[in-house]
Design a protein around this ligand. Structure first.
Ligand code: FES
Length: 115
């Protein structure tokens, strides 16, 4: 992820200036970063320069945002211990923990074993 500057469009020639919105901290792959509260997780990650969100199950190929409307599942990540979260339609909240997903992902801290 880039640390020098955000990749956001804050000044648009037609839409004008982006309004100021509250910032929150999220943790992405063990690194804290700032995001705008309520923006899609995928938008926050792309603004920081992160473009690979998961690796496919069989061929371990990188995937990132493709449709950006919640239909293709290319942007799935593990969010707060829950795998397969479509980050392009998931709003950012303070303190979220987001992990790049490998394959089908794992439920962190949740056991499905009987007994
Ligand atoms: S980019 Fe297609 S579901 Fe998120």
């Amino acid at each position: 992820m880039r640390k020098d500057k955000e990749l956001r469009v804050n000044e648009h020639p037609i839409l004008g200036s982006a309004e100021e919105r509250p910032r929150v901290k999220i943790k992405v792959d063990d690194q804290w970063m700032e995001a705008i509260e309520g923006e899609p997780v995928a938008a926050a990650l792309m603004a920081s320069g992160k473009m690979v969100f998961r690796y496919t199950t069989r061929l371990n190929e990188p995937r990132g945002v493709f449709c950006a409307i919640g239909r293709c599942t290319d942007c799935m990540m593990t969010v707060d211990g829950i795998p397969n979260v479509r980050t392009c339609i998931t709003p950012v909240r303070e303190g979220m923990v987001i992990l790049t997903q490998r394959g089908e992902g794992r439920w962190e801290g949740i056991s499905f074993e009987k007994g």
